[in-house]
Write a protein that binds this ligand. Structure first.
Ligand code: K7E
Ligand code: CUA
Length: 670
């Protein structure tokens, strides 16, 4: 090896030590600030006498623990300092139903995972946690031919022509507060986009590149009837971002955006103060509630975390729609932008369009519980969750009074989910735990009390979202819960320096008076980077098609029968090729075009049987179509070089799959 190990490792060790102390100092500085009781807002201040971070607490902050592991050159160090296993109760009670689904049997639930910066949506079965398929959304993906056929490549191109995205928050369409199995919507944090997945075909069918924003983070449908899709822009930018105000960060804005769930067009936007983060709605079609950080409107971390509180924004949707209908907006890049900043005239008086609710320090999530009574806002840099009484949003004269409870739960609360029995479950990122707590007890206890806590369980490690079955709808089932842990460290065989995440399945169906409140850890699942959130629906809510219905694309694309397979020359440089596809032959066993022709290929899989998928690969021309039964796809390419090009089927479809080929002959142009 040419690697100079002594020198390099020495330098690296020093870097690691610096990194650890820097991170420690940064986190301490941020958390220490919470101790300072602000002069005016004593109601929202936090006194945390017990929050002196000791070494163990610090080690729980995962990034640093990982660094410690490699510093010692010993992967087990991270495990031994932070395994938590010494006090993890095991599933030994015998009253947890099996999570194992026998061969040939089906899971009870669908799980839709966001793929994070993989850009996709992944479908799992629960409780087995078997990955069933992936739906490419923001990422061109060859196995399903996504981004290779005309429809999907045009769609990706029109949505900005990026080759990746960062999907975080999948949201299922609802009718009457229940999942209706029609669509799933998801954000792209990277490029400020919102996509829709059609749940009949399990395929992305629309992507909207939202104007005036750089990043969409929070994203959800409006309960109970999916009248809107909402999207929070996270990063503040000048409006419009065209070179103006580049050196005036106080003029940057974030926008709350409403889209039409059918047309996927942007309807309007609302400008607010501070960064917007996560989003959820009430169950009555009035309030959309967004967490937020950086109300300091800083551009560097020290500025962003300076104040002891930030403002949750509650958007009065009908009031905003009224302002838009009345023409009370400015138009920016074709979109009506309503002024929802604190100083806006629309926020004066008794019926502000946006309520600014002071909550402790950089709150991260908002999750409305299934009854629609409360919205939980997790503290992130505060050890509390703030409980907002949704009914009070419209009536309280002081927005502060909408906060009716603030249990102290542990370090780094990020996300909350529900079992439908009055309990909430909150992930504790820094503590690497899930805490179960009683909602009404929290409301009836003094702020910062721990009385509502029913139990805690160690998870591995550093959980972000947690989600229980159907907890985002009005019908939680209260049996299974998934914890999406950001780090896996010692839990799996090592696979190189980029680790899988660890999604853990918990059973929450037994309420018990024990250390964990009855939560039981059932299984670990390594996942490819990096899911953020998931949403689960009972199997009877989703009815995927088994084959395509050609009527669904009639008038857009020809259904090419075997008898109609043909080559049509349109002009001297344009050729259309039509072929049927079935086991084990293409309607055209060969076809001839001329060098330089622009070729548009249209192909139909004429099979009627389920699961007989064929591919069409023309490798040198970067063509790959995946054709489900009864589907038709198109691809356009240039036949730039003369020669013989084998076209082959990529899906192993029959005993004669290898023989399933065609020949494209490209004649030299004289
Ligand atoms: Cu908490 Cu994007 Cu929902 Cu990740 S976000 S964790
Ligand atoms: Cu068709 Cu292989």
């Amino acid at each position: 090896m040419t690697h100079d190990s002594a020198d390099t490792d020495g330098a690296t060790d020093e870097t690691h030590t610096d990194t650890i102390s820097e991170y420690e100092a940064q986190l301490n500085a941020v958390l220490e600030d919470i101790d300072e009781t602000p002069a005016d807002e004593s109601d929202v201040s936090l006194e945390l006498p017990t929050l002196g971070l000791n070494r163990r607490d610090f080690m729980k902050a995962g990034a640093a623990a990982g660094v410690m592991g490699s510093l010692a050159g010993c992967t087990s160090l991270a495990g031994s300092t932070n395994s938590g296993s010494e006090n993890t109760p095991h599933s030994s009670s015998g009253d947890v139903p099996s999570h194992i689904v026998p061969p040939g049997e089906h899971d009870e639930y669908y799980g839709f995972w966001s793929g994070g910066h993989s850009g996709d949506i992944r479908i799992y079965g629960l409780p087995s946690m078997r990955e069933l398929t992936r739906i490419p959304v923001f990422n061109p993906e060859q196995a399903k031919g996504y981004g290779f056929d005309k429809k999907t490549s045009d769609m990706l191109e029109e949505a900005g022509d990026y080759t990746w995205g960062d999907s975080h928050h999948p949201s299922l369409s609802e009718t009457d507060g229940k999942y209706d199995g029609e669509y799933l919507y998801v954000n792209d944090k990277a490029h400020g986009r919102v996509a829709r997945v059609n749940l009949t075909y399990f395929e992305t069918d629309a992507i909207t590149n939202v104007p005036n924003v750089q990043s969409v983070h929070g994203c959800c449908i409006q309960s109970p009837d999916t009248e809107y899709v909402f999207a929070n822009s996270e990063f503040r930018t000048p409006l419009p971002n065209d070179g103006r105000d580049i050196n005036n960060p106080d003029k940057y804005v974030s926008l709350f955006t409403a889209l039409d769930p059918e047309s996927m067009e942007v309807l309007w936007q609302v400008e607010v103060d501070g960064n917007l983060d996560i989003l959820d709605t009430d169950k009555d079609g009035r309030w959309a509630i967004a967490s937020a950080y950086n109300d300091e409107e800083g551009v560097e971390i020290e500025e962003m975390t300076k104040n002891d509180r930030d403002f949750v924004k509650a958007f009065d949707v009908p009031a905003i729609q009224k302002a838009v209908d009345a023409g009370n907006y400015k138009e920016v890049n074709g979109v009506p932008v309503v002024d929802g900043t604190k100083s806006s005239s629309l926020n004066k008086g008794d019926n502000p369009i946006v309520r600014y609710i002071p909550t402790p320090k950089s709150p991260h999530c908002v999750e409305v519980e299934p009854n629609g009574k409360y919205a939980m806002v997790a503290g992130k840099l505060s050890p509390t969750v703030s409980i907002i009484d949704i009914e009070k949003l419209g009536s309280a004269s002081d927005p502060k009074d909408t906060i009716v409870g603030q249990p102290k739960l542990g370090l780094g609360p990020l996300h909350t989910t529900y079992d439908g029995r009055g309990h909430a479950y909150t992930s504790l990122f820094i503590d690497s735990q899930v805490v179960k707590w009683d909602i009404e007890t929290a409301v009836n206890s003094p702020k910062k009390s721990e009385d509502a806590i029913l139990g805690k369980i160690d998870v591995h490690y550093n959980p972000g979202h947690i989600q229980a079955i159907q907890a985002m709808s009005t019908e939680p089932t209260g049996d299974w819960l998934v914890v999406l842990n950001k780090l896996s460290k010692d839990r799996f065989l090592p696979v190189g320096p980029i680790y899988p995440d660890n999604d853990q399945l918990l059973y929450i169906g037994n309420d018990k008076d024990n250390e964990t409140g009855g939560m039981e850890l059932v299984s670990d699942h390594p996942v490819y980077p990096e899911p953020h959130d998931a949403i689960f629906a009972s199997k009877d809510k989703i009815s995927p098609a088994k084959t395509w219905d050609a009527a669904d694309y009639e008038g857009e694309k020809e259904y090419v029968k075997e008898s109609n397979s043909r080559v049509e020359r349109i002009d001297d440089e344009t050729v259309e090729v039509y072929t049927s596809v079935k086991r084990s032959e293409y309607g055209l066993r060969d076809f001839t075009v001329k060098q330089g022709d622009e070729v548009t290929l249209t192909a139909t899989n004429v099979e009627g049987s389920q699961d007989i998928v064929h591919g069409i690969a023309i490798p040198e021309h970067n063509v790959h179509l995946a054709l489900a039964p009864q589907d038709t796809r198109q691809a356009t390419f240039t036949a730039d070089k003369p020669g013989v090009y084998w076209v082959y089927c990529t899906y192993f479809c029959s005993a004669l799959h290898l023989e399933m080929r065609s020949r494209m002959i490209v004649e030299p142009r004289e």
